[in-house]
Design a protein around this ligand. Structure first.
Ligand code: 45D
Length: 166
């Protein structure tokens, strides 16, 4: 099933994807720091979310070294065919969002590698942040779902990667 991308944010999704991988991660982190408190993981009606699955995936990442944790996140964005990316690709879009939320919380708690203190987002990313801030909460959620949906790889469609053997 292909993700439903609403018209209002197609441009924003594309602009987000055009940033380089580290800028995408850094911007996503800034977004979390600004909206984190308004996210309620136990949101009612979140019928398509599987907390145990998101948690299981998070636990695997949390057990890795900081360098591996960063690599995993870059690989997800780059749709590299790895074991984690295949598990990620098989879960629902809202569960993917929950997984990113858990990662961000893990960063807060010192369980996941953190953004270096002096790391700056580019003017382009800053501009995009301003546009995202101008959306209402519901539109923002839809946008983030559209951003995280295609990350990872669909295990049934991924091409063989000689490097990972998958
Ligand atoms: O060294 O219906 C750099 C649910 C470079 C519930 C780096 C929800 C240099 C159900 C790359 C900067 C809660 C799921 C290092 C709804 C360098 C439901 C590292 C809503 C180390 C609606 C960068 C959920 C790193 C929502 C590690 C709205 C960056 C969730 C990592 C929103 C960034 C989640 C991360 C958001 C950002 C998560 C992990 C905004 C995560 C953001």
């Amino acid at each position: 099933m292909s993700p439903i991308t609403t018209d209002f944010n197609t441009g924003l999704v594309q602009a987000f994807r055009k940033l380089d991988v580290d800028q995408q991660l850094a911007l996503f982190w800034v977004i979390y720091t600004e909206m984190g408190e308004s996210i309620t993981p136990a949101a009612p009606g979140a019928s398509t979310v599987s907390p145990d699955v998101a948690q299981g995936l998070f636990d695997q990442v949390a057990a890795m070294s900081p360098e591996e944790q960063l690599q995993i996140q870059r690989d997800l964005i780059n749709q590299k065919n790895t074991a984690i990316a295949r598990q990620y690709g098989a879960i629902s879009d809202t569960t993917k969002l929950l997984f990113w939320y858990l990662l961000a919380q893990g960063m807060d708690e010192g369980k996941v590698i953190q953004v270096p203190q002096n790391y700056k987002i580019t003017e382009e990313a800053q501009d995009l942040l301003g546009q995202i801030e101008a959306l209402d909460f519901g539109e923002q959620i839809t946008l983030f779902r559209d951003i995280v949906a295609p990350m990872g790889v669909d295990p049934s469609e991924a091409e063989h990667d000689p490097e990972t053997g998958l």
